[in-house]
Write a protein that binds this ligand. Structure first.
Ligand SMILES: [Zn+2]
Length: 207
């Protein structure tokens, strides 16, 4: 199979024959300007056993396909054009070799906490962009609260300021949900949330 080249990256537009001033052979499809946004679209990743395990971006999914690590199970109607051919954009890919997914939780990070809490302030329930959210220690650090999955929540700046150095009870705040570690169960819930919008994902997520 002819790949995108040594780097495994999709070609830049000047790799298209037209960009080099070459004439397109008769009957070949017209060139399509690649839209970078497409490369960031979510792709569902299945294990070799068809078990959904992750969500990745089109760019990463295509690299896995080109490397022969994964194959497309569902494709979009869109294509990404290389110099020699058009590649269908995947919507669902499957790993060709079974990968053991440990039951351990994900790394504790700001990004993962915002993902777990779906960018929702856990005190006022507003959904906000990541830039307008901070992390709140439910039990403040000054009171012995730890930086853990169970004690960190997504929080808007207003709630964070008005809560200050108090516990939710002292501040008269209630948590929207009890914070839990980010497990495979959490990932699956998120995949289902995204999958609701994509018909092609549904059969792999709802069973
Ligand atoms: Zn808030």
């Amino acid at each position: 199979m002819k790949s995108f080249g040594q780097s495994g990256r999709p070609p830049r537009p000047n790799h298209l024959p037209e960009a080099r001033g070459e004439k397109r052979p008769a009957g070949s499809p017209p060139p399509v300007t690649r839209k970078p946004a497409i490369m960031q679209e979510p792709v569902l990743v299945l294990n070799a056993t068809f078990e959904p395990i992750n969500v990745t971006a089109v760019r990463r999914a295509m690299v896995l396909m080109i490397k022969g690590v994964a194959q497309a199970e569902e494709v979009n109607h869109t294509h990404v054009h290389s110099a020699s051919r058009a590649l269908p954009v995947p919507s669902v890919i499957r790993l060709l070799a079974y990968r053991h997914i440990p039951q351990q939780t994900r790394a504790l990070s700001r990004k993962n906490i915002l993902l777990r809490d779906r960018n929702t302030c856990q005190f006022c329930s507003r959904i906000l962009p990541a830039s307008e959210l901070t992390l709140d220690h439910v039990v403040p650090r000054s009171r012995g609260g730890r930086s853990s999955w169970e004690n960190l929540v997504a929080c808007c700046y207003q709630c964070n300021n008005s809560k200050g150095d108090r516990t939710p009870e002292e501040a008269g705040f209630a948590l929207a949900r009890r914070p839990r570690p980010f497990t495979l169960h959490t990932s699956r819930q998120l995949m289902r949330l995204i999958g609701n919008k994509d018909e092609k994902w549904r059969k792999y997520l709802f069973y």
